[in-house]
Design a protein around this ligand. Structure first.
Ligand code: AMP
Ligand code: MG
Length: 467
């Protein structure tokens, strides 16, 4: 028998924060993927019979000790306030070692609105591969424990096979969770949520201001790490912004191939609000919404507004200095001096002008072969002369670059290819991607082709929220 050592601290919070709800059973659960190493880390033990895993991680059986519930939250979606969101297709089973175990795609809840409460195999496997790749890249993220096919078809633009993802997170508390309670003027709930979130994520924080500063710092670090690998989250709504500082909600996310700071893939992001190069601005906006929701917790509201405003206003400078240091490390500079930033930005300008591949160009700097990625090689060579001269004064430039620049990212065309194969019953591409992306700073003969940028016919132009 599978043993999962659950605690249920969220279920002990005031009832206004959630609705107790069991997952809806599915017709014919079949295990698609299971993350054994994560299960071991979580202390999930037992003989892990494939059928039992499929039964538990589809929601068809409630494991001992779980107290299933759907969480309430609200949020700003593309800047527009939505007072009632919540887990419309997810169920929190409980916590293990302080981390949430959540089923996603597990059926309707009181927060489903018009949705069917389900997910299809494509986005489930996409989240599995991409979140595990992010983890291997050293980026804070929710993790993927299991993916189970439901044996049911669900209706999107066409009928598609359903699946349930088991997601593991430091918590599922979002900016929008605080917003929901503040907007309802449920100050008892807000205080209880604050105490709970502080215990989990910021035990040192003395008050909401220190807590806010903790979230701001984690989010600043996170967004800088996204930018470093060309990651575009795609839906940075406040309900998809985690208090823990983990990447959460892999809907229409994507990695940039050729460099263009305005790159956006999500089909619903018509204005490019969440483009790669705008993520640093948007996260500040999101933190301002969190600050607003925390104000009622402070004894003196005017004083709170003054202090919270300066905390949020300090964030752009922090983001800027994190990004500058990151960008310099990408070109091998860990001991910056004046003029270095101009040098780095000149490279980005060249890359944008020539649509150079973001990942491969930076990855090639360590072996000084980046010229291969420019159509107008001479323009690059002019830049590279100054760069090589500058690196003579850096002690470990190659090491700095190798540590900063991954060789492998989950490219969109590979993810799409993997999904197509999985839908027709072939999980081999999934396994291959999982293995390759586990070591993104190394390539083997078997994984070398995964470094290639998409050919014209392979390019993915849009990702869809129809998840
Ligand atoms: P997302 O765009 O995935 O961040 O979801 C936004 C909101 O829509 C959340 O409240 C989700 O729980 C809800 N939602 C998304 N897809 C579904 C679905 N298929 N059924 C019910 N609710 C959904
Ligand atoms: Mg979401």
């Amino acid at each position: 028998m599978l043993h999962i050592p659950f605690d249920n601290s969220y279920a002990r919070l005031p009832a206004s924060l959630f609705t107790r709800q069991n997952p809806e059973p599915v017709k014919a659960p079949e295990l698609l993927a299971f993350n054994h190493s994560l299960a071991r880390d979580l202390g999930i033990s037992g003989d892990q019979d494939i059928e039992e895993l499929a039964t538990v991680f589809s929601g068809n059986a409630i494991p001992d000790g779980a107290e299933p519930l759907a969480q309430l939250y609200a949020g700003h979606q593309f800047g527009h306030w939505n007072p009632q969101l919540g887990d419309g297709r997810a169920i929190l089973l409980g916590e293990v070692q302080g981390r949430d175990i959540q089923l996603k795609g597990s059926g309707r809840t009181p927060y489903s609105r018009n949705g069917d409460g389900r997910a299809w195999v494509g986005p489930v496997l996409r989240e599995f591969v991409v979140s595990e790749a992010m983890h291997a890249l050293g980026i804070p993220t929710t993790r993927a424990l299991a993916a189970v096919a439901t044996g049911e078809m669900i209706q999107r633009e066409t009928a598609l096979p359903g699946a349930v993802l088991t997601r593991v997170a430091a918590s599922h508390i979002r900016v929008g969770t605080f917003q929901a309670l503040a907007a309802r003027q449920d100050y008892t709930g807000l205080q209880a949520l604050f105490d709970h979130a502080r215990d989990r994520h910021d035990p040192e924080a003395k008050d909401p201001l220190e807590f806010l500063n903790g979230v701001i710092e984690r989010q600043a670090q996170l967004v800088t790490k996204w930018m470093n690998v060309g990651f575009i989250h795609g839906v940075m709504n406040t309900d998809n912004c985690s208090i823990s500082g983990e990447t959460i909600d892999y809907g229409p996310c994507a990695f940039m191939d050729s460099y263009d700071p305005m790159t956006v893939f999500s089909s619903i992001d018509r204005q490019g609000r969440y483009a790669w190069g705008r993520q640093a601005d948007i996260i500040v906006w999101n933190m301002a919404q969190l600050a607003t929701a925390l104000v009622p917790l402070m004894p003196d509201q005017d004083d709170a507004i003054t202090k919270f405003t300066s905390a949020v206003h300090a964030m752009p400078e922090r983001l800027n200095s994190l990004w500058n240091a990151t960008l310099l490390r990408k070109i091998g500079i860990s001991d910056p001096r004046s003029g270095d930033l101009d040098l780095a930005k000149q490279l980005l300008t060249l890359m944008a002008a020539q649509s150079a591949d973001f990942t491969n160009t930076f990855a090639a700097l360590a072996s000084d072969t980046a010229g291969d990625h420019f159509v107008d090689r001479e323009a690059f060579e002019v830049w590279a002369k100054d760069w090589r001269a500058r690196l003579k004064d850096e002690t470990a430039a190659q090491d700095t670059m190798r540590a900063a620049n991954p060789l492998l990212i989950p490219r969109n065309h590979r993810i799409e290819e993997m999904i197509q194969a999985a839908v027709s019953g072939d999980m081999a591409p999934f396994s291959r991607l999982m293995q390759a992306y586990d070591t993104p700073f190394e390539v083997s003969t078997e994984s070398r082709d995964l470094t290639h940028a998409p050919l014209d016919g392979e390019r993915v132009h849009a990702t869809f929220c129809g998840t």
